[in-house]
Write a new protein. Structure first.
Length: 91
């Protein structure tokens, strides 16, 4: 989404987009590209300001309520940062 300098890029994800990107494998590909081309890649995760600052179990994706286990989401994010140690998460 953003290139801040020749060393820093930021991929911005709202929670529904994060869930879809993790499920489809698109975020893995994006992280791979960012880590390959930038010294300091970042993943910015945006929360709804009207909700608590926590991962929920239900999200509206494409106008549908989707059940998502917060544990499953955290597991996938953990694997992502383990596989791409240069990737920084910003909440």
């Amino acid at each position: 989404d953003y290139v801040l300098s020749r060393d820093i890029c930021v991929e911005r994800k709202a929670i529904p987009d994060l869930i879809q990107s993790l499920a489809s494998g698109r975020l893995y590909q994006q992280a791979q590209n960012m880590c390959q081309h930038y010294a300091n890649p970042c993943l910015l995760i945006e929360f709804d300001p009207g909700k608590s600052f926590a991962l929920q179990n239900t999200y509206t994706i494409a106008r549908r309520e989707v059940e998502v286990g917060a544990r499953d989401l955290m597991g996938k994010l953990s694997l992502l940062v383990l596989h791409f140690p240069k990737l920084r998460l910003i909440w």
